[in-house]
Write a protein that binds this ligand. Structure first.
Ligand code: ZN
Ligand code: ZN
Ligand code: ZN
Ligand code: ZN
Length: 1012
């Protein structure tokens, strides 16, 4: 728009509207850039840049652009960084002969007032006329074909909202809408300014006449009406009869002139009221006439003065820069399916399609090997994990020219603030390569089945062809002669050579234990794993079938109501939407390709390494124009450990520009519920399903009797699948606040080690310190409910909790209060909908992984516990990083404790565990006093000579802070870590013991008492 005006110097609003589209010369990119966002998907408009332009699309867009021009220079000219307020252009209503008009007004005034003479202090008829016309323009009283029905129907809101013309922007309630003067209308409708109103409070029009020409207030309405008749006669405004009688007046866009404001260093078009400071823009030619004119604000006593020039005017430069490229954004995340992701990458990379995204918002998927071509800028919204991740992300930019713009927005937090002060530690930090691990048994198992399936495909294992869909595989099962039956049989038969051949592929790189575990799996575990997976698939399929039937029954009940009232109709639509989604789901489940389904069932390898995923299933319904419905089903997966909070009921999950509120849990079926009553020991990390022991008198691990109390009972639900059901419209986040809502939960993570699973254990000779390696440790995280809410007090693993838990419908899994406090949105197939009484459970979702762990008993009891544990943990992580030669991303450290044998303290442990189920074998290799010494020695050396010791800091990211959780940064201190390391490494000598769980910590408590 700014360009056209600059080239023309002066142009009428009418011509401007007409030429906006012509000026593109039909260039697809320019057409796309000009199109308002709500028309980008319009079937006819989008033909303009998709290579087969339709006349109807062109006309619709042209009409819309004229409308937009009128808004920009009318109703919305004073809101935000508009063309006028940035001093780029200035518009004014310019009647053909303003002098004559002003004289005619004067004549009418004298006629009405008898022989009355104009007060010489008054600005006069010219100002009256100018202000009145500007008022019309700025209130949006500009005629446009789309506004004709609105005028004709006395400002019927429907005509500019729900019932507006195709292609017109909506003016919902609360948004200012065009306002026209009307010669009779006396009411207070938003659409009209009455010319006839004679209330105690003068209207703007009356006030204006009084302020500019000093007319008697009682006489002003007559003068104003006369004025509009004159303007109508001069074709400046046009009268439009309205249904209830009388006429509305609108400006003819031909008399609105838009002037270019030449760049003179000053802001020659901008004025400012000397009382209320409200701005006004006037074309340079009329600027002088506006200085001293009364302010257009209702009853403001101020007058306009030239505005002070702005030192720099970014927007004015931007509007005149003649670069018009629409910012088209897209999300690139692991949540996209493969087809969507590839389409996005190709479109972004090519960049030729005008609708192609040119700004991509990425999660760390950008670090993976995706190909999106060369970037000119990368903006980070957080601090990457380390220099390697940083280089990987920013290295995407500037590959073509060597130049790139890199920016980072840092959230306020200790870690980000550290790098803000020391950016070179990130920019020029040490880049460690990633590592890989072969001893991960769970992954090998999946690889092995894949290997067998390959052999079958080659004919090396005799089997019929693989059925293409999982529904067929499930139907056939593992019977002899079936594909899966033969594949499994080839491994299970005695002396089958395949497992040996498979292991031979790894040469000598596998540990003996790993090879043995895989051999056992090949002969015993495989068949069981396949059966379990198929049974799980079938149970889910059957359950969905039952839900479909129940939905059908609910729908029929509602349909039979003779005179259904409105809420029932909405309910009916919702149920139909839900049934549709369930039917689609059943079909998808049945027709999923065999290999993909087996991957999802945890039998074949996938790219995340860890198959342990939780699923969010969203069903969104929407109403169609004809009163029908449609349903949309979306599915997202997250690693189960993260899903414990991200997918917790009441939380919001953001994806594909939607906000999905988790409002239900998959609770299984009545016959096979997914949750169970458990006993969690109040004192230690032990926990087990209640049914696993006949009676509960004492904890099998710590012998504490508290486990027998009712407070130790909890309903545990393994978090596998959660739901969100909502209307499509409500989930779209465009208009909402930018803040993403994240809820917080009371999550407790514990590590339970069965002494029977401890393979090796050692105790330090002098210091209370020990280490042990457990082949299997149970890392269990339980989400006890939203933070900030309180239930009855209980103790779990030595921690005091007041868990609110999740109140959940026993019949459908809907959770109370997920969306609104106290409300439960039962699912469409819930039996409460057919009259069953509500029935509640209070489960707590959990996630558990059984994997390798190294447990270290720490010489810490009650004094500076958090600081010393965090400092040692940081040193251990540093040692691991140095030892591993890369980021050990598959390892995690948790602090845990265990009841003491007598004194006030508890035994404190640091547990280093794998996050891959079954473990990767790495910990088995380092669980040895000599290896641990080397590791801690290297860490000590780095800490002792880290430059941060002379920089007045407790620690830095080159040493202790490298791998630690941001919440622990404040706790970590180099002196504390050094003290602990020196204490241990001074005389590094160990004796083997069965376990360190029962070590005496009396000495630690004594020495801590002395320290105080
Ligand atoms: Zn003012
Ligand atoms: Zn216990
Ligand atoms: Zn329910
Ligand atoms: Zn340091």
């Amino acid at each position: 728009m700014a360009e056209l005006i600059e080239d023309a110097e002066q142009i009428s609003l009418q011509e401007l509207g007409e030429s906006l589209l012509e000026a593109t010369g039909g260039d697809p990119a320019a057409l796309h850039a000009l199109t308002p966002p709500d028309l980008l998907e319009h079937p006819r408009v989008r033909t303009l840049w998709e290579g087969r332009p339709e006349r109807a699309g062109w006309e619709l867009l042209a009409t819309r652009l004229a409308f937009e021009a009128a808004l920009e220079l009318g109703l919305r000219a004073r809101v935000g960084r508009t063309l006028e307020l940035t001093g780029t252009v200035a518009a004014a209503v310019e009647p053909p002969d303003p002098q004559v008009l002003a004289e005619l007004v004067g004549e009418s005034h004298r006629h009405l007032a008898g022989q009355g003479v104009l007060d010489t202090d008054m600005p006069g008829y010219g100002a009256y006329l100018r202000g009145l016309l500007e008022r019309l323009r700025l209130r949006g009283a500009i005629l446009h074909p789309w506004l004709e029905p609105y005028l004709a129907e006395d400002g019927n809101q429907w005509r500019i909202w729900g019932g507006r013309r195709e292609g017109m922007p909506a003016f919902p309630l609360g948004q200012s809408r065009p306002r026209f003067p009307h010669d009779r209308y006396r009411g207070h409708r938003d659409a009209f300014d009455s010319l006839a109103a004679t209330g105690a409070t003068p209207t703007w029009l009356v006030d204006w006449a009084v302020r500019t020409i000093g007319v008697e207030p009682g006489m002003a309405p007559s003068l104003n009406r006369r004025m509009f008749e004159l303007l109508d006669a001069e074709e400046v405004v046009r009268a439009r009869p309205t249904r209830r009688g009388g006429s509305a007046y609108g400006l003819d866009p031909r008399v609105i002139a838009v002037h270019d404001v030449p760049e003179d260093g000053m802001a020659p078009s901008l004025l400012c009221c000397d009382v209320c400071r409200s701005p006004h823009a006037a074309p340079p030619e009329q600027f002088a006439a506006w200085v001293g004119t009364p302010c257009l604000r209702y009853r403001c006593p101020g007058r306009y003065q030239p505005a002070l020039p702005e030192p720099s005017n970014y927007y004015r430069r931007l509007y005149r820069s003649r670069t018009r490229r629409r910012v088209v954004t897209a999300e690139h995340t692991g949540l996209l399916n493969r087809r969507e992701r590839e389409q996005l990458e190709a479109a972004f990379k090519a960049g030729t399609d005008p609708a192609a995204p040119n700004v991509v918002v990425c999660t760390p998927t950008l670090e993976l090997g995706i190909d999106i071509g060369d970037l000119s800028a990368v903006l980070l919204t957080s601090v990457p994990r380390g220099p390697a991740a940083y280089v990987q992300r920013v290295g995407r930019a500037g590959r073509l020219t060597g130049n790139a713009f890199i920016g980072a927005f840092l959230p306020a937090g200790p870690r980000a603030l550290y790098y803000l002060a020391q950016p070179e530690h990130m920019l020029a930090g040490e880049v460690r390569p990633p590592s890989c691990y072969l001893d991960a048994v769970e992954i090998l198992r999946r690889q092995y089945l894949a290997y067998l399936i390959d052999l079958a495909a080659d004919g090396a294992v005799p089997a019929p062809p693989m059925p293409p869909k999982i529904g067929l595989v499930s139907g056939a099962g593992r019977a002899p002669g079936t594909w899966l039956g033969e594949v499994v049989a080839a491994s299970v038969v005695p002396d089958a050579p395949h497992v040996g051949e498979f292991l031979a592929l790894f040469g000598t790189h596998l540990r003996d234990e790993t090879a043995a575990a895989l051999r056992e799996f090949a002969t015993v575990g495989l068949a069981a794993a396949v059966d379990r997976a198929l049974a799980g698939w079938k149970a889910r399929y059957d359950d969905l079938g039952r839900r479909r039937d129940r939905l059908k029954a609910s729908i029929e009940r509602l349909e039979q109501r003779p005179d259904p009232d409105d809420p029932d109709q909405r309910e009916l639509r919702r149920l139909r939407g839900e049934r549709y989604a369930v039917i689609v789901l059943l079909r998808e489940l049945r027709e999923e390709s065999t290999l993909q389904a087996l991957e999802g069932l945890g039998l074949l390898p996938n790219y995340t390494l860890i198959d342990d995923a939780a699923t969010l299933e969203a069903v969104l319904w929407s109403h169609t124009e004809d009163g029908g419905f449609s349903g949309l089903r979306l599915v997202y997966q997250r690693p189960a450990a993260i899903a414990l909070t991200e997918f917790a009921p009441g939380n919001s999950f953001y994806a594909n520009q939607r906000r999905l509120v988790i409002d239900g849990l998959e609770i299984g079926t009545a016959s096979e519920p997914l949750y169970q009553w458990w006993r969690l020991c109040p004192e230690c990390a032990f926990g087990a399903p209640e049914a696993s022991h006949r009676t509960w008198t004492a904890c099998p691990r710590c012998r504490h009797a508290g486990i027998a109390d009712s407070g130790a009972r909890h309903q545990l639900l393994e978090l596998r699948r959660v739901f969100s059901s909502d209307s499509d419209e409500r989930t779209r986040v465009f208009d909402e606040t930018d803040e993403r809502e994240r809820r917080h939960y009371q999550v407790l993570t514990t590590v339970d080690v069965d002494p029977g699973a401890v393979e090796r254990a050692w105790q330090h000779r002098r210091v209370t310190f020990g280490m042990e390696y457990a082949r299997v440790a149970t890392i269990r995280s339980v989400n006890f409910g939203p933070a900030g809410r309180h239930g009855e007090q209980v103790w779990v693993a030595g921690a005091q909790l007041e868990p609110p838990r999740f109140r959940t419908c026993r019949l459908c899994g809907a959770v109370t209060g997920a969306r609104e406090p106290g409300r439960t949105d039962h699912r469409g197939w819930c039996l409460t909908r057919s009259g069953r009484n509500e029935d509640w459970d209070h489960p707590v979702p959990y996630h558990q992984v059984e994997t390798e762990a190294v447990r270290l008993l720490m010489p810490v009891a009650t004094f500076e516990v958090d600081e010393r544990l965090a400092s040692f943990k940081a040193a251990l992580l540093l040692g691991l990083r140095l030892d591993f030669g890369g980021e050990p991303q598959h390892l995690a450290v948790v602090v845990t404790d265990y009841p003491g044998s007598g004194g006030p303290g508890r035994r404190r442990f640091l547990v280093l565990h794998d996050t891959v189920p079954g473990g990767t074998g790495y910990l088995g290799r380092i669980a040895d006093p000599e290896r641990l010494r080397v590791l801690l020695d290297r860490a000590r050396e780095t800490i002792a000579r880290c430059p941060c010791r002379s920089e007045g800091r407790a620690a830095c990211h080159r040493c202790l802070l490298g791998g630690i959780d941001p919440s622990e940064i404040e706790l970590v201190s180099r002196p504390l870590a050094l003290e602990l390391l020196d204490q241990l490494l001074g005389e590094w000598a160990f004796d083997p013991v069965p376990t360190i769980a029962d070590a005496d910590i009396g000495l630690v408590e004594e020495s801590e008492l002395e320290r105080r």
